[in-house]
Every structure is written in C-alpha cells, then in structure tokens.
Design a protein around this ligand. Structure first.
Ligand SMILES: N[C@@H](CCC(=O)N[C@@H](CS)C(=O)NCC(=O)O)C(=O)O
Length: 218
C-alpha cells in the first residue's frame, strides 16, 4: 500500500507520537522524515520554516493533493476522515452531541501541549521556559481531566466522549501518559489511570520512549 502522507517527525515529540499512534491504530501507511529537533533545532531550519512558518513539529504533507497540515488536531481529523469518511467513529464531526464534545477534547489536548508538554521539554532538554509555571498548569490539567473522566466513568463511559475512542482521546493521551517525565505522577488520578490503560489496550497500539506497552497477556 502506498503512503497516505509524509510526516516530518521527531521520536521524542508527544505531538508527533499522536500521529504515529493513530497511523498504527488505523494501519495507515505513511512515510516518516526524521527531523533533528534537539540538539539540531532543524524544525527551525529554512527548509522546515518554508513548510511550517510556525516552526513546530509535526508537519504532515498528504500524498493525494499535497495538503500541508501544521496542527496536530487537523492531522488527526484528516486521518480519521481519510480512513473512514464521514461515518468514521474516530471523528463524529457532524453528530450534534458528540461532535462538539470531541472538539472540546481536541482543545484540551492542545492545552496539555502548552502545559505538560512544555514542563517536560524543560525537565528533559532544559527548554528555556518557566518550568515550574508549566508544571503547575499541567497539574491543573490533570485535575480537570480526572474530574471529566470520573464523571464519564460514573455514567458507564470510558472514553473522552461517546462509546468509541475518538481523536479527542488521542489528542490527550501522549502528554498525560508522559507527564511523569515532567515530575507529574499518576498516583492520585485513578480515573486517568483507567483511561490510560484502556488506550494502551487498543488493538494496534504503538509506544514511544517513556510510554511502556502493556504486558502481553493474550
Ligand atoms: N500547535 C501545534 C504545536 C506543536 C508543538 O508545540 N510541537 C512542539 C514539539 S512537540 C514544537 O515543535 N515546538 C517547537 C519549539 O518550541 O521550538 C500542534 O498542535 O501541532
């Protein structure tokens, strides 16, 4: 099967991992171009800035049509629609109840990048940001997610919204799973732990450094 898209990718990036994880869950083939994010800062090279003036990773170029996407949430939406069309359970965009809830989750996922993601970059690569402020913001996000998932689980749900995992779960999963890298442990968050386990149990689940696979019990 030919590649559906090219991914400009960095192995330790939680945002790039969202795309690799979803591609693995969908068994969607793609071509990866490794970018030396650190220490090379290649994402800010002339070549990369001409693709994405924001200077962030990931960047996706779709094979059909050559669309350039620079927002992870847009890439997840593209993949869901490319795979399953309007009926895809991963992105029930036009469902009057679920569609807006998934959008809430996508925005929450972006907030995780700006809090836990930055705290992690600071802790791991000494990124020049206020690491303590990012960590405090990350803790608030974990507390908010715990409340949301507790309510969902009391009502018999498991995922961010609805009965099927959606791109909202995938937008949130990496930085929550990686939060111990930023000094934010999961011990006080039982609903989050249950949800992390559920995502890691999905058929086709793929890992990245810092996220362990489940022990194979099957
Ligand atoms: N809004 C972008 C943000 C992506 C982002 O923040 N990526 C990080 C790597 S995980 C990055 O490239 N940061 C570049 C920098 O801070 O120089 C998205 O959601 O895709």
């Amino acid at each position: 099967m030919s590649a559906a898209f090219t991914l400009y990718d960095y192995v330790l990036s939680g945002n790039c991992y969202k795309i690799r994880l979803f591609a693995s869950l969908l068994a969607m083939p793609y071509q990866s171009v490794a970018i030396d994010f650190y220490p090379g800062y290649e994402h800010r090279s002339e070549r990369m800035l001409s693709l994405n003036p924001a200077g962030t990773l990931p960047v996706m170029v779709t094979s059909a049509g050559g669309q350039v996407l620079t927002e992870t949430n847009a890439m997840l939406a593209w993949m869901a629609l490319h795979d399953g069309g309007a009926q895809t359970p991963w992105f029930p965009a036009v469902d009057p109840a679920l569609g807006p809830q998934v959008q809430q989750g996508l925005a929450f996922g972006a907030g995780l990048t700006d809090s836990i993601g930055l705290a992690r970059l600071h802790a791991m690569l000494d990124w020049p940001v206020d690491g303590e402020a990012a960590k405090r913001a990350g803790l608030k996000h974990l507390r908010a997610l715990e409340l949301h998932l507790t309510d969902r689980q009391i009502d018999g749900g498991l995922w961010w919204a609805g009965a099927h995992p959606t791109i909202a779960d995938l937008a949130c999963f990496p930085y929550v799973a990686l939060s111990p890298d930023a000094g934010l442990e999961h011990d006080g968050f039982p609903a989050i732990r249950r949800w992390l386990y559920a995502v890691r149990s999905l058929p086709g689940f793929a890992t990245m450094p810092g996220i362990h696979p489940l022990h194979e019990l099957r």
